[in-house]
Write a protein that binds this ligand. Sequence first.
Ligand SMILES: [Mg+2]
Length: 265
Amino acid sequence: MTGKSMTYLFSSAGKAALKTFVHRTTLFAFDLDGTLAPIVADPGKIAIPDDVRNRLIELDRMAPVAIITGRSRKDALLHLGFTPGFLVGNHGAEGLPGREAYETEYVHLCRGWKEQLHMFLENRSTAGIVLEDKGSTLSLHYRSAHNREWTHKEILTAVDRLVPPPRPVSGKFVENLVPMDASHKGDALLCIMQHLGCSRAIFIGDDETDEDVFRLSNDNILGVRVGMSPLSSSRYYLRNQDEIGVLLDRFIETTDKEIPPVMYQ
Ligand SMILES: [Mg+2]
């Protein structure tokens, strides 16, 4: 499926799909940058608007909520300002139930890559490359490079020499290096659904790594991309990040109308 067949989430067909999916036992999962928080030039300065944060906290009290981000959990927590039911960091490599032992292995692996990159990219600071150590993954930022295209090629050449090879994941002016067998965002979502016994999930994201969820093409997962894209595998889209607040309202209103499961006991 490509973006040509994407449906606007607030169209009548999109609203009908939402009605089927939104339930107290649905897992509500979100990416962070570009989804809950608007993209800004300096990624260190992203901020979740207060109204979005408040609605998210409210939803988190009513239903299972997960945030699945490329940031480390520690960094994500600083920007979130609250701890959601599930917080998965490093594109799916950090914070998954039952996968804790692998994280130690990933940290060790990243340390090795970092040493190699220091040799391969001796000119990294003058070339405008910033190496971010996120524990279970590494990120090579080149947003501030004078010649981004040339710098990107330099990075890709260095990454190609790394032993053992990482799984490179491209982002906006960043190359992320992920351990080959680490979970991606799609694996992470399925793992949390299974852990919580959620039969359905709604996931909202905006970037290349979110496509790992959209590509699952799982009938029990409703994928929503922030922004229409002809290359996306997502079935639904929001027009822009500003619509997240309205969507959270809809989630809250619908789950609030349900009789809490405890009434049946
Ligand atoms: Mg994003």
